[in-house]
Design a protein around this ligand. Structure first.
Ligand SMILES: [Zn+2]
Length: 256
């Protein structure tokens, strides 16, 4: 088993592009395809040839370059079964729990709907990494365009069940504004306050705030802290269900 190499770069205004590469098998995947030129530049920088595109969901800023990259490289496009008809050029559709080989690595699809009706996350257990698209962000979660709070709550629970040291890459650099909101519902959380400071410093230096880890998000991301007594007290929801606490936090963020 070789090491999985990862290249993260910015694309469009606030999207992330991510390439993953298995040097042993000489395969390279783009996680989503937000921007053809940014992806071509990253491939050139690393000297990699694109073989796969892993599509998390159908939104235009995640699939825009699918056709162009498929035409140029013949890349295989793998995406969610429940959005099969909306993913340009899709070759292979996955349901929850389905696994496939990427070089010497096994990749597992985790169904994480809520932002869209069929979004999936790509988990590579041997590399301890998950690509969560627009489901889980650092200090935030995706807007509920096609799902209910209950749908997203279940999706986030699937991600928090992953090992804590799993690295998380996501679709957008939203961490700084997410931190401002997070502090309104979880102001006493010292880990969050520390993370918010770190995020400001990273952004001022022009650095990305991702990747993060599952453990770090569980300590700081209010959308994963439905059980936390201090948040519940702030929301006056001490006796509410976990799902109701999550729904309230999501609603407040929509109006923030
Ligand atoms: Zn999206």
């Amino acid at each position: 088993m070789s090491n999985l190499q990862i290249e993260q770069f910015s694309a469009r205004s606030d999207n992330f592009g991510v390439l993953i590469h298995d040097p042993e098998a000489s395969v390279t995947a783009s996680i989503d395809a937000p921007d053809e030129n940014a992806i071509l530049e990253a491939l050139k920088r690393r000297g990699w040839k694109l073989t796969h595109i892993f599509t998390t969901h159908h939104h235009g800023d995640h699939v825009e370059a699918n056709f162009a990259l498929k035409k140029r490289f013949g890349a295989e496009i793998i995406g969610p079964r429940d959005e099969e008809t909306k993913i340009p050029g899709i070759d292979r559709a996955l349901s929850h729990g389905e696994r496939f080989a990427f070089g010497t690595f096994e990749v597992e699809a985790i169904s994480t709907p809520g932002h869209t009706a069929g979004e999936i996350s790509f988990h590579i257990p041997a590399a301890k990494v998950v690509f969560t698209g627009d489901t889980l962000f650092s200090l935030g979660c995706g807007r509920l365009f096609e799902g209910t709070p209950a749908t997203m709550f279940k999706s986030l629970q699937r991600l928090t069940a992953l090992p804590g040291d799993t690295e998380v890459y996501c679709g957008h650099e939203y961490t700084e504004s997410n931190a401002r909101f997070a502090l309104t519902v979880d102001p006493e959380n010292s880990a969050l306050k520390e993370r918010a400071k770190e995020v400001t410093a990273l952004r001022e230096a022009g650095h990305p705030t991702l990747p993060t880890t599952i453990l770090r998000e569980m300590a700081t991301n209010p959308f994963l802290r439905w059980h936390d007594p201090s948040i519940r007290r702030n929301l006056k929801m001490e006796d509410a269900s976990d799902e109701a606490v999550f729904a309230e936090i999501r609603k407040r963020k929509d109006n923030f």
